[in-house]
Design a binder for this molecule. Structure first.
Ligand code: SAM
Length: 349
């Protein structure tokens, strides 16, 4: 028991305090990393077939009944937030293809305690969803765009949708979404001749252009023999002008940030292959089929859907999240030999 202010030991008080402590315990893993970032994949479906993401064969889809309902996701998000999650990213698959995603997002953004909610999208449906997204409380957008060339866009994604995505990006900027980040996966021999041009977007628009090293996932069909890494990417961008480092803020992820002098936008480099950021990893992932994935680069995950559907209460579900955090691997290296089985579309990038 604990001492009450009357000096009498109270069992009831003790239990209440323990429950409270538990419910406010920050998620700290075995390596003293504070886990405050949850990436939620709301679907494995996508309206593109990017050559670095989905395999060449038809994608095996998660059966509908195995996909968490929005209600289930919200319940887990609330429990996670109570445990110390402050930042959530909604991703997929393509999150905007899931029915009623806006209603879900507006409920997600209303969860108390969340400071930062963002969305990653390929931008195909962006134009029609921008207004509703803003109304639902989203201001931070990551849009994937690997090329400024319409034909190349089609070759990379299988869809002649460059113009639509571009229009969506322009509208997002006009409507005041901020930051608008553009994710570029660098592929040798595919878009490495465009890195300067893509970086130049940050001179014209208030966008953050983020160059991402290609990760050897699944059956990715390009450039795996010699992925283009950070130093080489930097060299290419520097051909377009001098870059100065930009200080990082609290909401920044693992990107190293730079800017051209006087530019309204920024450049970021994300180097999961050459410079893993495991030591500062603060993430958990919730897959569309209800598994908590502790590390993007490890196949290990924990099933939280089964206990959730069996009617486990918040405390039991919180225990599963705590247990997942305690099992988070420390350092996982990614290189051409260490290929991952599941693709990003299945894990939630
Ligand atoms: N459909 C949305 C989109 O396209 O942004 C969200 C999901 S997508 C899996 C998230 C991000 O992962 C995208 O920016 C995509 O380019 C990136 N991605 C997918 N496969 C990748 C790989 N093998 N290496 C690096 N980034 C990858």
């Amino acid at each position: 028991g604990v001492e009450t202010n009357t000096g009498i030991t109270s069992k009831k008080n003790n239990n209440e305090i323990l429950t409270l402590q538990k419910s406010h315990a920050p998620l700290i893993d075995a390596h003293m990393r504070r886990i405050n970032y949850l990436r939620i994949s709301i679907t494995d479906r996508c309206n593109l077939k990017c050559l670095y993401c989905v395999p060449g064969q038809p994608v095996s889809r998660i059966p509908h009944a195995s996909i968490l309902t929005y209600e289930e996701i919200l319940k887990l998000a609330r429990i996670g937030t109570r445990l110390g999650i402050t930042k959530i990213r909604v991703t997929g698959g393509e999150p905007l293809v899931r029915k009623d995603c806006i209603d879900f997002i507006s409920r997600l953004t209303r969860i108390n305690g969340l400071k930062d909610i963002s969305l990653t999208t390929n931008g195909l449906l962006l134009s029609q969803y921008l207004k509703p997204l803003g109304d639902a409380g989203i201001s931070r957008l990551n849009i994937s765009l690997d090329t400024l060339d319409r034909k190349k866009y089609m070759a990379i994604t299988g869809s002649d949708a460059f113009d639509r995505v571009w229009a969506g990006i322009m509208e997002a900027i006009d409507m005041g979404f901020s930051p608008v980040k553009i994710n570029v996966v660098v592929m040798r021999g595919v878009n490495d001749d465009e890195l300067g041009g893509l970086a130049d977007l940050s001179r014209t628009y208030p966008v953050h252009v983020r160059f991402i090293e290609l990760m050897p996932f699944g059956n990715a069909r390009t450039g795996l023999a010699a992925p283009m890494l950070q130093d080489e990417i930097m060299d290419k961008i520097l051909q377009s002008g001098d870059l100065a480092p930009i200080a990082r803020n609290e909401l920044d992820g693992p990107a190293k940030k730079f800017g051209f002098k006087g530019a309204p936008g920024e450049i970021g480099i994300i180097s999961p292959v050459s410079h893993h950021f495991c030591k500062t990893c603060n993430r958990l992932r919730l897959t569309a089929d209800g598994r908590i994935r502790m590390c993007l680069l490890s196949e290990e995950s924990m099933d939280i859907r089964t206990p959730l559907r069996a009617g486990d209460g918040d405390e039991e579900l919180a225990e599963i999240i705590l247990s997942a955090v305690s099992q988070k691997p420390f350092i996982r290296r990614l290189d051409a030999e260490n290929r991952m089985g599941r693709t990003m579309s299945a894990i939630g990038g």
